[in-house]
Design a protein around this ligand. Structure first.
Ligand SMILES: [Zn+2]
Length: 272
């Protein structure tokens, strides 16, 4: 795993962090830079901000959280005073997510990495996107797009049109399979990725939330996986298979033990 900035497109820098394997993107215009995702704690955010300052780019003017999850947004406090953008549902769900996630951490093994999550000061995003927003960085603009629900109900992708870069957040993952958690939307994820692919050209550089940059073919393959998973959940529910039996009955494109929440959520969304 690289631990330095890599310029993956014109004035677009990506750095992969060992903590939670997060990929952070910095995009520079002539006036301001944009940071996409802030890592998992205020201390990690402070380190990130110092590392951004080493880049040959204008000062950070904007921050985006691709979704509500801690590893993407709990470093926000390091960017106090700057506008932090996220989807409407991230602002709406912030407090309940924090309470739920910290509750789950309290039950987890007593490790330094998780203890830090309990204590770190938090700063919720303060600029809200419903479907699309445009940020002007100076001779370059970026688009924030909510393509629909998938990994969460508040996923944003960040598009830099002039250099054909797209930050996908956790709608796309390279270092592991798609992550279906307790707040996923398994029946809608494939359609959401269809819209994401519609924002891309054959040459688009895609930065996933976790892992190395990928291309359109990779995203199309993950869309097929998401579509396969949604189709099987629908079919199992329609054939009367009980939710507790469904995981064992499917032939899933990714390991079944990772799909418990996908099946439970899918059944719930079908009213089963
Ligand atoms: Zn996530």
């Amino acid at each position: 795993m690289g631990n330095d900035w890599v310029e993956v497109a014109d004035r677009c820098f990506v750095r992969r962090y060992p903590e939670w394997d997060l990929s952070v993107t910095v995009t520079a215009g002539s006036e301001a830079s944009l940071v996409v995702d802030t890592r998992a704690t205020a201390a990690q955010g402070v380190e990130l901000r110092a590392q951004v300052a080493e880049l040959p780019v204008p000062p950070v003017g904007f921050v985006v959280n691709t979704h509500v999850h801690f590893d993407h947004a709990w470093g926000n406090a390091a960017f106090a005073g700057l506008p932090v953008w996220a989807h409407d549902n991230v602002l709406a769900d912030w407090d309940s997510y924090v309470a739920r996630f910290r509750g789950s951490v309290r039950d987890a093994p007593d490790e330094a990495a998780t203890r830090a999550l309990l204590n770190t000061p938090l700063a919720p995003p303060d600029r809200s996107v419903t479907s699309v927003a445009l940020l002007e960085l100076g001779e370059r603009h970026v688009e924030l797009v909510h393509p629909g629900r998938g990994h969460t109900d508040g996923d944003l992708v960040v598009v830099v049109p002039d250099t054909d870069l797209l930050c996908a957040g956790d709608l796309v993952e390279q270092s592991g399979p798609l992550w279906y958690g307790v707040d996923c939307w398994p029946l809608e994820w494939a359609q959401t990725l269809e819209l994401v692919v519609g924002l891309m050209s054959d040459a688009t550089v895609v930065v996933p939330g976790h892992g190395d940059r990928v291309d359109k073919d990779f995203v199309l393959q993950q869309r097929l996986d998401a579509s396969d998973i949604a189709g099987q959940i629908q079919q199992l529910a329609a054939s009367g298979v009980a939710v507790d039996d469904a995981l064992a009955r499917g032939t899933w494109p990714i390991a079944a033990e990772r799909l418990g929440d996908a099946v439970r959520r899918g059944y719930a969304h079908l009213g089963r």
